[in-house]
Structure formats: C-alpha cells, structure tokens
Design a protein around this ligand. Structure first.
Ligand SMILES: O=P(O)(O)OC[C@H]1O[C@H](OP(=O)(O)OP(=O)(O)O)[C@H](O)[C@@H]1O
Ligand SMILES: Nc1nc2[nH]cnc2c(=O)[nH]1
Length: 184
C-alpha cells in the first residue's frame, strides 16, 4: 500500500515536498525576525493546519506557546442572503499576547476574519495570520495574510495536513485532485 491508496487516481503534485520545506524555513526566519524580543502565542486551526504548524514552529527561534482550535463552519441561508455560522473551541486565553493564527488554507477569508475579530475581542496585544496555502482569488472578504506559503488557484487540493476529505493528510506534498462527493 502507499500513502495515496484510497485517494483519486488523478493526483497532480502542485507543490513538492522540497518546495514546502524550503518555504517553511524562509517563513520561520521571517517570523523570528519580525517578532524579535517577543514571545508568540501560536494558534493552529484544526485540522488543516496541524502539519504546517508542526514544521513551522521548529523554525521559529523565539519562545512560543502553542494551542489549537477546532472550527465548526456551517453555510446557512438567512432570508435570501447566504451566511456562515462559525463556532470554535476550546476557548483560548490570549489577553495581552502577541498571537499568530495558523491555517492550512485560506479561501473566502471568512474563517480568518471571524477568528481575528474574536481574538482581538479577547484582548490580544497583536494578531497576525499565516497560512500554508492562499486561494486569494476566492476571497469574499478582504483578508490579507501576513505570511503564506503558496498562492493556488486549483479548486481542490490534498496533502501536507489537508484531507480529501480525511485521507491524504500525511502526503508530504500538495496535490490538486477532484473534490470529494458531497456527504463523503
Ligand atoms: O477561508 P475560508 O473559506 O473560511 O476557508 C478556510 C477554512 O476552510 C478550511 O477548513 P475545512 O473546514 O475545509 O477543512 P478541515 O475541517 O479538514 O480542516 C481551512 O482549514 C480553514 O479553516
Ligand atoms: N482539503 C481541502 N479542504 C478544503 N476546504 C476548502 N478548500 C479545500 C481544499 O482545496 N482542500
């Protein structure tokens, strides 16, 4: 068996493991320089962010506190306007802290926008955002990431923490694939 077993056969690597590792080192250096003299509370959004965050924090040469939140996102119809309900848990203690929010992928920006507003409301001293992947062309709100690995346009990707929908998170590269059937 291989890591690709159970995933669609048409996987096409769009970012190689070597490109990811190189970029993660660059991001770690940049974050270390930008936060010099500070400690960082790093919050990862599960599940997509966990592999990126695990690699990135080992290239940040500063004191860090690492926490994770699990987001629960539902698109709902409110009258005629589409809306999104976002819950996240557990509660995180960020009062007075410099927070770096880590995502695996930012698409519409709705999740990031919600979390940044929420964390600022909890009294964070500052908040910046980082994502392995940035689907900038799909934004619905104007979120600009402070740090990202790669800009992508592919409609669905898997690997390096991202599942399709569950298998494939252990691929060391990111591949374009077809989206899972609804309900899978
Ligand atoms: O910018 P947005 O459009 O708000 O999308 C971003 C969110 O969607 C993804 O999670 P998703 O729920 O798809 O995957 P996961 O549950 O496997 O982490 C990603 O990890 C972000 O949390
Ligand atoms: N795994 C995965 N989850 C997503 N959530 C939104 N877009 C994607 C994607 O391309 N891949």
């Amino acid at each position: 068996m291989s890591r690709e077993e159970g995933l669609p056969a048409n996987l096409k690597a769009i970012v190689t493991a070597e490109q990811i590792q190189h970029r993660v080192v660059e991001l770690g250096r940049q974050i270390t320089a930008d936060y010099a003299g500070k400690r960082i509370v790093i919050i990862g959004v599960l599940e997509n962010a966990f592999v990126f965050m695990a690699d990135l924090i080992r290239h940040i040469e500063l004191p860090t506190v690492c926490q994770f939140v699990l987001s629960d996102i539902h698109d709902v119809e409110e009258g005629l306007a589409p809306a999104r309900e976002i819950f996240f848990f557990p509660e995180v203690e960020v009062s007075g802290e410099h927070v770096l929010l880590i995502e695996g992928l930012v698409q519409s920006g709705l999740t990031t926008d919600f979390l940044v507003t929420n964390l600022m409301g909890r009294g964070a001293a500052s908040i910046k955002t980082a994502s392995l992947l940035n689907r900038q062309s799909s934004r619905k709100v104007s979120v600009q990431l402070d740090y990202f690995g790669f800009d992508i346009d592919d409609p669905y990707v898997v690997g390096y923490g991202l599942g399709a929908p569950h298998l494939g998170r252990n691929l060391p590269y990111v591949a374009a694939t077809k989206p899972p059937e609804p309900g899978v």
